[in-house]
Design a binder for this molecule. Structure first.
Ligand code: HEM
Length: 407
């Protein structure tokens, strides 16, 4: 066993044009040659399904302040920003038990399957309207017409956010999500910090407004959520609402766009979805597996952690490569790289994580993805690509920035 750097011939490098176009061949190389890697930039990376699954279920810390001295921490020091952004450090995604348990319990009291199920009519209406507009135009860019506005409107309406400057919000959430990118520089970290402060202030104002204007929505319910006399503090509220708001749309946009790209590139599977509505539920799982909307999760070791013949030292930052795990042939079999909407075990993908931080919005995302993609392919039998896909320049939340389709 070794804790030192391996003489790896293949190093995770998300900055090549090939990776930008299609990261999966690179992930396959990583799985083959360096399933566990100590990266020169100071973090560790796990690429195999079993290792990623075990890590997520290990109860390991998610609190970045636990990272020890080294290049990872230095990037933050150099940028002059705290390793835990102000309010982000209070969101459940960034907390360990018992704080995580408490926050998740309070939010789960209002973010219930019933509340999520209640969004179905709105989702159907929004999808119908978006597809009507697309039909009228004979096609167009799917990102601004369907993939982005659907989850954005749904989560805003579900929370009951007051009307706001949506363009500004979009810019801020876009910047904020760069904090989950595995490799960033000081400028990005400073921009993230500034966006965090501005977005937190906007959400704080929305909460203050909601206190004066209660309604039948999630924000009002969160203000009242209470467990044995325990309630969320104002800062905790801001952090949970910001998380729900941002996670609610910055991820699902990729599920709809990446899923549509996968279907368009596999016409026989698209045809299967069109003709077999009974496959819809499984199709969404397979599309999540095939091209994950979120490529990485992060953890911090609190003690030495053994994996794949290595010992990762305590206080290391570890990236779990969810997207690679979802294509690991050792788990899925020799057809792991193929899209098969009827794959029997598709639901075992790790696109929503696993363990105590398993995505709280999974049911909402599944419903949005199922209705959006199902209706799209059924309504437009001639659906096809109409030009080059432009990818957003993200590593973790990878998806198209522009997805031109013709009907
Ligand atoms: C396709 C869409 C989505 C994907 C791929 C996704 C992915 C994930 C992943 C991988 C995690 C776990 C991260 C970790 O273990 O470190 C997570 C957590 C979370 N997600 Fe999602 N998500 C999606 C949609 C949503 C939606 C629609 C919402 C809410 C409206 C949401 C809210 C959350 C929350 C609150 C957490 C934190 C849970 C916790 O820490 O206990 N997500 N998501």
């Amino acid at each position: 066993m070794t804790a030192g750097p391996s003489n790896d011939s293949v190093v995770f490098n998300p900055f090549t044009p090939e990776f930008k176009n299609d990261p999966y061949p690179h992930y396959a190389q990583l799985r083959r040659h360096v399933p566990v890697q100590e990266h020169p930039l100071g973090f560790w990376m796990l690429n195999r399904y079993d290792d990623v699954h075990a890590l997520l279920r290990s109860g390991m810390s998610v609190e970045q302040r636990n990272v020890g001295p080294g290049p990872f921490r230095k990037t933050y020091e150099y940028a002059g920003v705290p390793i835990e952004p102000r309010l982000k450090g209070l969101a459940m995604l960034d907390r360990d038990p018992p704080s995580h348990t408490r926050l998740r319990k309070l939010v789960s009291k209002v973010f219930t399957p019933r509340a999520i199920g209640g969004m179905e009519p709105l989702i159907r209406d929004l999808v119908d309207d978006a597809l009507d507009d697309l039909a009228l135009a004979g096609g167009g860019d799917l990102v601004p017409s369907l993939s982005f506005p659907l989850p954005f409107t749904v989560v805003s309406r579900m929370l009951g956010m007051p009307p706001a400057d949506n363009d500004r919000l979009r810019t801020l959430t876009d910047t904020l999500m760069r904090s989950v990118e595995p490799v960033t520089g000081p400028e990005v970290l400073r921009a993230v910090e500034a966006a965090d402060v501005e977005l937190s202030a906007m959400v704080g104002e929305a909460i203050a407004w909601k206190r004066r204007n209660p309604a039948d929505d999630l924000l009002t319910a969160l203000l009242a959520a209470e467990e044995d006399g325990d309630v969320l503090s104002n800062d905790e509220l801001i952090a949970q609402v910001t998380l729900l708001y941002v996670a609610g749309h910055e991820t699902t946009v990729n599920l709809i766009s990446n899923g549509t790209v996968a279907l368009l590139r596999n016409p026989e599977q698209l045809e299967l979805l069109r003709t077999r509505p009974d496959l819809e539920d499984n199709a969404v799982e397979e599309l999540l597996r095939y091209d994950a909307a979120v490529h990485n999760s992060r953890r911090v070791t609190l003690e030495p952690y053994e994996v794949g013949g290595y010992v990762i030292p305590a206080r290391s930052f570890v990236l779990a490569n969810l997207a690679s795990a979802n294509r690991d042939e050792a788990f899925w079999g020799p057809d792991a790289e193929e899209l098969k909407l009827d794959r029997p075990n598709a639901r075992r993908h790790l696109a929503f994580g696993s363990g105590i931080h398993f995505c709280l919005g999974a049911a909402l995302a599944r419903m949005e993805g199922k209705i959006a993609m199902g209706e799209l392919v059924r309504r437009f039998p001639g659906l096809r690509l109409d030009g080059e896909i432009e990818w957003n320049d993200r590593i973790s939340l990878r998806g198209p920035a522009r997805l031109p389709v013709r009907l």
